[in-house]
Design a protein around this ligand. Structure first.
Ligand SMILES: Cc1ncc(C[n+]2csc(CCOP(=O)(O)OP(=O)(O)O)c2C)c(N)n1
Ligand code: SF4
Length: 308
């Protein structure tokens, strides 16, 4: 039998069926390690349905494979029943942007508003990837997909804002390139009561990049501020990691999906969006871990944030 000793202490095994260069599986391994062995994971239809697996599982923990619209309700029913039975169990949802932004959003809204004790992770790769890269309502401006040849003309939904508007306990953005920040947020979410939402932006080879650079792209989404790392606890926004800013072109040029992008307009859209989040956070920066990403350097460059 094949074994993968380098992963034997971890909840997710090697040898799963994701594409080489997949950013989601790198993140899932870290998320599961922080969630712990008592976790039951609900997986709406997505690439995870295959790489988590059903005939042969790639995880130590139980995974329940669900229809898109029912995943959130199934998780809510499960956590309620198990807690009533006095069981020590953590419930997590690992779904794509298809489930969170589009097809499952009604169920998501209901369980979030009702405050079920669930850690819901949106594994967002900005498109329906398992079926070959079709746009979803998380697909970012200008992206060339099979449904948007020549580039997406509209902006994406702001899922963090939508979830925060549900008055949930905790919401945070995460990236696989910042493992300490990611694990601290998962641990925090797990320890809080009620509904917790984590927004992962995960690289997918359908974006048209060289397979070696999945994690590099996960770092660039943060440094370019396309996916800034922040958290919202009971309505209060704060950045947890703010590396010095990189130009968006550093990110765009590595992916075929942005072939036709107007770089200047894209940069402006990203800067405008970041300014809105910055304003909501009122300049608050509170790293959860010891500054692995140069946040202090950023603060030195931005006197407005110092002491905020
Ligand atoms: C209601 C419904 N519509 C369509 C499908 C077919 N389908 C299976 S996986 C998938 C793509 C999933 O995309 P996403 O949720 O973004 O996750 P990803 O595969 O990108 O991780 C689709 C469209 C389905 N299973 N159920
Ligand atoms: S299609 Fe994308 S999300 Fe799916 S396994 Fe491959 S790299 Fe990962």
């Amino acid at each position: 039998m094949l074994t993968f000793p380098q992963f034997k202490e971890q909840i997710m095994y090697g040898g799963h069926s994701a594409c080489p260069g997949c950013g989601s599986t790198v993140a899932l391994r870290m998320v599961l390690d922080a969630m712990g062995p008592n976790t039951t994971m609900f997986v709406p239809a997505s690439c995870a349905s295959t790489y988590v697996g059903f005939m042969r599982s790639s995880t130590e923990v139980h995974a329940v494979h669900c229809l898109y619209p029912s995943a959130f309700g199934q998780a809510a029913g499960f956590v309620t029943a198990r807690r009533l039975a006095g069981d020590d169990v953590e419930v997590m949802i690992w779904g794509g942007d298809g489930a969170f932004y589009d097809i499952g959003m009604d169920g998501l809204s209901h369980v979030a508003a009702q405050g079920f004790d669930i850690v819901a992770v949106c594994n967002d790769n900005q498109g329906y990837m398992n079926t070959g890269h079709h746009s979803s309502s998380s697909t970012i401006l200008d992206t060339d997909t099979k449904l948007t040849p020549g580039g997406m003309r509209t902006g994406h939904k702001e899922i963090m804002d939508i979830m925060v508007a549900h008055n949930i306990t905790y919401a945070a953005t995460i990236s696989a390139a910042y493992p300490e920040d990611l694990k601290a947020k998962v641990a925090k979410a797990k320890g809080l009561p009620g509904f917790k939402f984590l927004h992962l932006l995960a690289s997918c080879v359908n974006w048209g990049y060289e397979v070696e650079i999945g994690v590099k792209l996960a770092r660039l989404v943060v440094t370019t501020r396309i996916h800034p790392l922040y958290e919202v606890e009971r309505g209060e926004y704060r950045f947890t990691c703010l590396p010095p800013q990189a130009p968006v072109q550093e990110y765009l040029k590595l992916q075929a999906r942005f072939r036709g992008t107007n770089v200047e307009a894209f940069q402006k859209a990203i800067d405008d969006r970041f300014a809105i989040i910055w304003e909501k956070a009122a300049g608050r920066v509170a790293p959860l871990v010891d500054d692995p990403a140069g946040t202090r350097m950023f603060l030195q460059q931005q006197p407005v944030a110092a002491g905020a």
